[in-house]
Design a protein around this ligand. Structure first.
Ligand code: SF4
Length: 316
């Protein structure tokens, strides 16, 4: 975080006002969240958390990472692994700003290099997160693990607060974006990603999940676009898709990618001029000497690297 306390307070007040007619994400519901859940995300003002722990399976430059899973989402992905918590946020536990800030400090003392807000997507919990971060030390490293289906104003509210943008780039066209329940995927995601790539003082990691049957329509255009516009970012090709939720019965998405599909996608990915390519969270070659604020933290003995890989399908 790089924001002064005074600016932090101003941001919180601005976001609090935003909740009166919420347009934080590109659903632009325009509802008053201060009187209770009313929009697509079904969230009021409180942070609802359904799990949190120190994650050793995120991208290797981010672990150990304190992942905080917040309920609700702006997407409705048919393949979401956390579908129940996305569709019914009330399953989560309500946390006050003090409780969330305390958890962040506790996990940091236990060895976490950063706090990694995820869900669902953290965007829909902006007020609760800012209120908690305002109570944390200013050198807290913040990872924003998001679908990035955000309004331009929401991105601005996070300027100077996010240290690492950890973003899913799922689809290569708007038609496939309907699998996440939205019709304007590309027109929202691409400018937002370019914003993140140029946000001063932060760094960007982009995940692209190979989905069965979506190499030509999604993987190729996503990677080609990223190679043109985000070549300096860390790009993580994930090949570990698992059909969850409604996708289990989907004619195309109801299976894992085959070994041949994985081989073709990986080969294509590695042919592109990325500076920091990863496959399933591991750098393909030693990255350049660029460092993050988190790298001075000593790993605890429990950092065995045996934990599961990042959960690629998450996002409502
Ligand atoms: S965060 Fe998005 S989905 Fe939730 S109420 Fe606001 S505009 Fe609607």
């Amino acid at each position: 975080m790089r924001l002064s306390p005074e600016l932090f307070r101003q941001r919180i007040e601005a976001v609090r006002t935003e909740y009166l007619h919420c347009r934080l994400c590109s659903r632009r519901c325009g509802v008053d969240r201060t009187v209770g859940p009313a929009g697509v995300c079904q969230l009021g003002t409180s942070a609802l958390c359904y799990k949190e722990f120190i994650h050793y399976g995120e991208e290797e430059h981010l672990v150990p990472s304190h992942t905080v899973y917040l309920s609700g989402c702006s997407f409705r992905c048919i393949f979401c692994s956390d579908d129940a918590h996305v569709r019914k946020p009330s399953l989560g536990t309500e946390l006050s700003a003090n409780q969330l800030a305390w958890l962040i400090q506790k996990r940091r003392l236990e060895g976490a290099r950063n706090v990694n807000f995820v869900g669902g997507t953290p965007d829909v919990h902006l007020l609760a997160i800012l209120e908690a971060l305002a109570l944390c030390p200013s050198d807290t490293t913040v990872v924003w693990n998001s679908n990035l289906y955000m309004s331009a104003d929401s991105l601005e509210y996070l300027r100077g607060i996010v240290d690492v943008w950890l973003i899913d780039l799922k689809f290569g066209n708007n038609q496939c974006g309907r699998l996440s329940g939205v019709t304007d995927y590309l027109s929202v995601l691409r400018p937002a990603l370019q914003y993140c790539a140029t946000d001063p003082g932060s760094e960007l990691t982009v995940r692209h999940l190979l989905m069965p049957g979506h190499f030509d329509c999604c993987t190729v255009p996503s990677l080609d676009w990223a190679a043109r516009h985000l070549a300096d970012a860390t790009i993580n090709l994930m090949t570990t898709y698992i059909p969850f939720a409604k996708a289990q019965k989907h004619p195309v998405l109801g299976r894992r990618a085959t070994a041949l599909e994985v081989e073709i996608a990986t080969s294509y990915f590695l042919s592109l001029p990325f500076q920091r390519p990863m496959v399933n969270g591991r750098f393909v070659r030693q990255p350049s000497s660029r460092t993050t604020k988190t790298e001075h933290v000593i790993l605890p003995e429990t950092a065995t690297g045996q934990a599961p890989r990042p959960d690629p399908n998450r996002r409502g």
